[in-house]
Design a protein around this ligand. Structure first.
Ligand code: CA
Length: 268
């Protein structure tokens, strides 16, 4: 079980904090870890299944420091948001069911360290809504022991995380890890109860979608014994390109290609 801090490192306790706290990206988005996984070696794939996400008592959303229409806003504005019995109490009139998801799940990258602010082949800050209880994220292991870290939970996050934050919150995240030999996946793959997703990040959404599509095409061709061309036609018919994070931040955007288990029951 990982005890995770919110994206501002637990600095927000009051509404005034939510308005005032300002930290550089190099201090933000902390992840708890690293945890060494016995038996995980470079070239393996680490499976991280989300068994439970226990949310803190309150989260926060902000207009501060970024987002796709930040230039239209009059910052700072903050909303301290209680969570009760799995419901988000957004204000006196609006409440909705929480959808706990984990923004950052990563292993030690190959080569130079990568800050937990950034996404990449090692996972990191992918901010993909599919990463909720019941899902497994598969990450390429680059260092002995994998060195797993987890953080940046959201009580709820809209696809795209358009205000550059979603509903950030602290949490307790319970996972089960598994080590897989010989899969050869170079980018994160997510298994949900009913789908498989290839994940990607790039400077533009178009590039990220292209990469996720190319990786899913290869996966479908291998698993379903078809040509890449047939697999691409199948994606055109039944693959869903979706946005993870596209919040106009100084970092790559993330996207993924989702295919139902009705079509591909298993990816390995
Ligand atoms: Ca994030």
């Amino acid at each position: 079980m990982f005890e995770t801090l919110d994206a501002l490192g637990g600095r927000v306790k009051t509404h005034a904090d939510a308005l005032a706290v300002d930290i550089p990206p190099s201090m933000g988005n902390p992840a708890t870890g690293p945890v060494r996984v016995a038996g995980a070696e470079p070239g393996d794939t680490l499976g991280v299944k989300l068994l439970d996400i226990k949310l803190g008592d309150f989260g926060y959303g902000r207009v501060k420091g970024g987002g796709v229409i930040f230039d239209e806003m009059r910052p700072p504005v903050a909303n301290l948001t209680p969570i009760r019995d799995g419901m988000v109490l957004f204000n006196d009139r609006i409440r909705f069911r929480a959808h706990p998801m984990v923004g950052v799940v990563g292993v030690a990258p190959a080569g130079e360290p990568v800050h937990t602010f950034y996404p990449g082949p090692h996972g990191g800050n992918l901010d993909i809504n599919e990463y909720a209880v019941g899902a497994t994220i598969y990450l390429p292991v680059a260092a002995p022991g994998a060195l797993l870290a987890i953080g940046d939970v959201h009580a709820s996050m809209g696809d795209g995380e358009l205000n550059a934050g979603g509903l950030d919150i602290d949490a307790e995240v319970t996972v089960e890890v598994s080590v897989h030999k010989g899969l050869g996946w170079r980018w994160p793959v997510i298994e949900t109860p009913d789908a498989w997703c290839t994940c990607a990040c790039a400077p533009t959404l178009a590039e990220a979608i292209r990469q996720a599509t190319s990786d899913m095409t290869t996966l479908l061709a291998q698993r379903l014994a078809m040509s890449r061309e047939e697999a691409f036609i199948l994606i055109g018919a039944a693959g869903h390109a979706r946005i993870g994070q596209a919040a106009a931040l100084p970092m790559d955007v993330t996207a993924y290609l989702r295919i139902s288990k009705e079509i591909m029951p298993t990816a390995f």
